[in-house]
Design a binder for this molecule. Structure first.
Ligand code: TRP
Length: 370
């Protein structure tokens, strides 16, 4: 079994025990149960999440994950937020404008309400002991398993590199180190990250059974899927700053108005909320609804015969109003010279202390504590 970790029957992911709608219903039920446990006992959980510093965060990030991170922080779940400044090199040879991207990402975090006094914000390149976990972790997965990861396969297919780097191939294992160095047991993620979380769970389980039987040195972290419905970009495609179809938190009110004015709608004048048949119009309605905390059907009904023009004015106003305090906070932090650096220095110090303690335990478990 040791030589064929991929054949361990107990490793079959529980998420694939049924298929189709059944699996989706299972996932929702598990998520609901998890939410109840978190609310009942937030102190039992430790969250780790993070982003690659590739550019400014947009409304999709905001409603999809940032709000959820702030919510967990507010109910008292200890949280770590990671700037994945090594992982950014998976599909490109050099990370351009890295210092600006890292600073922008941290400003976005601070602007939405991630509080560095309660949440550790750190860059994983700075945490040597975290990175050292990669070596024992790599020994616990097979090359075949790495090659089967659907998210990595997809990224390789869309990579802008001519050859697949070793980092691309192994980054889910690095991500396991990101999560396990602080023994996080809760990881709020999107669907695309689920295969990575499965890798993390597998590594935790295998490490424990090989080196720390009976002691559960590492937790098997749970994914927490966002309940927020998916927003489309203004062109109707996947929202992404590089496609020019996303409102960034850092954009100003005029940039926002311009982008939404150019948004794709359809030829039916009367505005309704029908995501399946009118995806573009419905996504705009949804955006206005999310910004104002209203039901999208009510928003659509109110606009009705006002058509696409009124829809776009409503959305622009709702977005700009909702983001105004966030943008004001972002600008204020950006004016404080050296502030982001101080936040990162303190966060990195804390992350390093936690990582050193975990690595010590790992060394003892592996009998390499000399
Ligand atoms: N892969 C994540 C992304 O592309 C970023 C990330 C790196 C991450 N390490 C992580 C997310 C650990 C959750 C947990 O957005």
């Amino acid at each position: 079994m040791q030589n064929h970790p991929e054949h361990t029957p107990a490793d079959a992911p529980k998420t694939t025990s049924s298929s189709g709608d059944g699996a989706a219903a299972d996932a929702t039920a598990r998520n609901d149960a998890l939410e109840r446990q978190i609310l009942a006992d937030p102190g039992r959980f430790r969250v780790l999440t993070g982003d690659r510093p590739t550019g400014l965060l947009h409304l999709g990030h905001y409603f999809g994950t940032l709000q959820n991170r702030v919510r967990l922080q507010e109910i008292g779940v200890e949280s770590f937020v990671l700037v994945a400044d090594y992982q950014v090199l998976t599909d490109r040879d050099v990370a351009e404008n890295l210092p600006e991207s890292v600073e922008g990402l941290v400003l976005d975090y601070l602007a939405v309400g991630i509080d560095p006094a309660r949440t550790t914000i750190f860059t994983h390149s700075t945490v040597a002991a975290l990175n050292q976990l990669l070596l024992p972790f790599l020994s616990l997965v097979s090359v075949a398993e790495l090659g089967r990861n659907p998210t990595v396969k997809d990224e390789i297919a869309h990579s802008r590199q001519s050859a697949v780097s070793g980092l691309m191939f192994t980054y889910p294992v690095h991500q396991a180190a990101d999560i396990l160095f602080c023994k996080a047991n809760l990881v709020p993620v999107g669907q695309d990250q689920l295969p990575h979380l499965e890798v993390t769970r597998t590594i935790a389980r295998r490490f424990n059974s090989r080196y720390a039987p009976g002691s559960a040195l590492f937790p098997e972290p749970e994914a927490l899927l966002s309940a927020a419905p998916l927003l489309l970009g203004t062109d109707g495609g996947k929202m992404s700053k590089s496609r020019g179809n996303a409102v960034a938190l850092a954009d100003d009110a005029d940039q926002t108005a311009r982008l939404i004015r150019g948004a794709k709608t359809d030829s039916t004048r009367h505005i309704t909320y029908e995501p399946a048949t009118r995806p573009e119009v419905s996504s705009l309605v949804l955006l206005a609804a999310m910004c104002t905390g209203r039901d999208p059907r009510a928003v659509a009904e109110e606009i009705g015969a006002g058509g696409a023009g009124m829809l776009k004015r409503t959305v622009t106003e709702a977005v700009n109003e909702h983001l105004a305090p966030i943008r004001a906070r972002r600008a204020a932090y950006a004016r404080e010279r050296g502030f982001v650096r101080t936040i990162l220095r303190e966060g990195n110090e804390r992350a390093n202390a936690v990582a050193e303690a975990t690595l010590d335990e790992v060394r003892r478990a592996m009998k390499t504590a000399y």
